[in-house]
Design a protein around this ligand. Structure first.
Ligand code: HPA
Ligand code: ZN
Length: 339
């Protein structure tokens, strides 16, 4: 029997994205288009010149460019267009469910209303469900380089939109901004009924992962690479089946790993951690979901069985209903058996 290539296998398998910053999907072409209609200046003269600037030695170098890019987003339609472009792109890649972040403070600090941001994103998500069949959850992420008072203010803005927002998260500059800095606002968010997640152990130490678990009571760890420094933590994550939303191309581009051949995903799988594959900021890191899967599959010689396990992990780690999870996991298993 003819079998399909690993690349075709990855393309065809129904996938989930659990770690994606919508501002990180801002492709240079769309950025220039929106800048023009909003009469906003971009520091670079062309798409090509802008793309050349996408070379980073660490998280902060990336964040500086990422926040600068977001500056041209002003109107509700801008946030709609950004989100819609992402959904169309991942629909082509057979992504069927997304749980995505937005960073309200990146916009409210520039004078854009919270309502403008969320209405544009939400309208695109609703259209994506209707027209593309992509189900979704939305996660509001606090910027950890700002203070907790600003996070509290942001949480206040979110309260009227509880039906649209499933969880709160924590992103931006990790080192020096531990989860403990946001303990109170995460407690309040949980009291208000939000789930919690946090970026931890991307550049920061394994202690930040412990804090995310113990103080923020997260249901997933975003990144989590540095857990491997601490055997006790590895055992805990495996025992809890605490999902890690790992981002291979992001890790490569931000020098969290020197080469995809050194990526810790196989080690995490060996240690029975519920690890998932995600794209983080695909417009900046050179690839969406398929490119992330293919990157590690090629570099680490992953089998179709291993790829299937990773995809199943993502469905397990999602906030879909148990019934929906079961249906999708059966679908993925059937796909594996037939291909
Ligand atoms: N880490 C922290 N903050 C971020 C990231 C990331 O990978 N992407 C966008 N904001
Ligand atoms: Zn991230």
């Amino acid at each position: 029997m003819d079998t399909i290539s690993v690349e075709q296998f990855i393309q065809g398998i129904p996938k989930v994205e659990l770690h994606l910053h919508i501002e990180g999907t801002f492709e240079p072409e769309l950025m220039f288009e929106i800048a023009k209609r909003n009469n906003k200046k971009i520091e670079y003269t062309s798409v090509e010149e802008l793309k050349k600037a996408y070379s980073f030695n660490n998280l902060q170098e990336f964040l500086d460019i990422y926040y600068a890019g977001a500056n041209v987003l002003i109107k509700e339609q801008d946030f709609y267009d950004l989100t819609w472009a992402y959904l169309k792109k991942v629909h082509e890649q057979n992504v069927v469910h997304v749980e995505i972040f937005f960073d309200p403070q990146t916009h409210t600090d520039r004078g854009v209303n919270f309502d403008t941001v969320i209405k544009g994103i939400h309208r695109a998500l609703v259209d994506g469900k209707k027209q593309l069949g992509i189900s979704y959850k939305l996660i509001m992420s606090f910027l950890r380089h700002l203070d907790e008072a600003s996070a509290f203010e942001t949480l206040q803005h979110a309260l009227p939109y509880k039906d649209w927002i499933s969880a709160v998260g924590l992103d931006s500059s990790e080192l020096g901004n531990p989860p403990s800095k946001f303990k109170r606002v995460f407690t309040k968010a949980r009291e208000e009924g939000f789930l919690t997640v946090a970026h931890a152990g991307e550049e920061g130490p394994s202690e930040y992962i412990w804090e995310a678990l113990d103080l923020l009571k997260v249901t997933r760890i975003d990144h989590g690479n540095r857990c491997l420094d601490d055997p006790k933590l590895v055992t805990k994550l495996a025992d809890m089946q605490m999902p890690l939303t790992v981002c291979p191309l992001s890790n490569l581009e931000l020098k969290v790993v020197p080469d995809l051949k050194d990526h810790p995903i196989p080690t995490m799988m060996d240690k029975n951690i519920l690890v998932t594959v995600n794209s983080d900021d695909p417009a900046y890191f050179g690839g969406y979901m398929n490119e992330n899967y293919l990157g590690i599959a090629n570099a680490l010689n992953l089998s179709k069985q291993q790829i299937t396990t990773l995809v199943k992990n993502s469905f397990k780690a999602s906030w879909l209903s148990d019934q929906e999870k079961e249906k999708r996991i059966t679908q993925v298993e059937t796909y594996f058996q037939n291909n």
